[in-house]
Design a protein around this ligand. Structure first.
Ligand SMILES: [Zn+2]
Ligand SMILES: [Zn+2]
Length: 101
């Protein structure tokens, strides 16, 4: 009742001449057209591999500082590692012992 045409299972209809072909036919028996969707491989364009490196951003610091640099606690100026005093306010480098000066 529902089917317009009662087709055999896996049969296919030729797009060119509308002839109903059997499933085992790879070409239309009437016009020899290729079976639609049968021989044409669907190109899979998913060439981008979904690779999720876990923790790939771990090496990225919030602030990229020179090695050993330190921030002055008084004036927040960034000083170099070799500086024992703040270059701006001359405060002692935090963490340095007083005997170091
Ligand atoms: Zn045909
Ligand atoms: Zn300072």
């Amino acid at each position: 009742f529902g089917d317009k045409f009662k087709k055999p299972k896996d049969s296919w209809e030729c797009l060119v001449c509308c002839v109903l072909n059997k499933a085992e036919d790879s070409k239309c028996v009437a016009c020899m057209s290729e079976k639609p969707g049968g021989s044409v491989p669907v190109p899979c364009n998913n060439t981008t591999p979904v690779s999720m490196p876990s923790g790939g951003f771990l090496g990225l610091d919030k602030f990229k500082k020179p090695e050993g640099s330190w921030d002055c606690e008084v004036c927040l100026v960034q000083n170099k590692a070799e500086d024992t005093k703040c270059v701006a306010c001359e405060s002692a480098k935090p963490g340095t012992k007083s005997e170091f000066i």
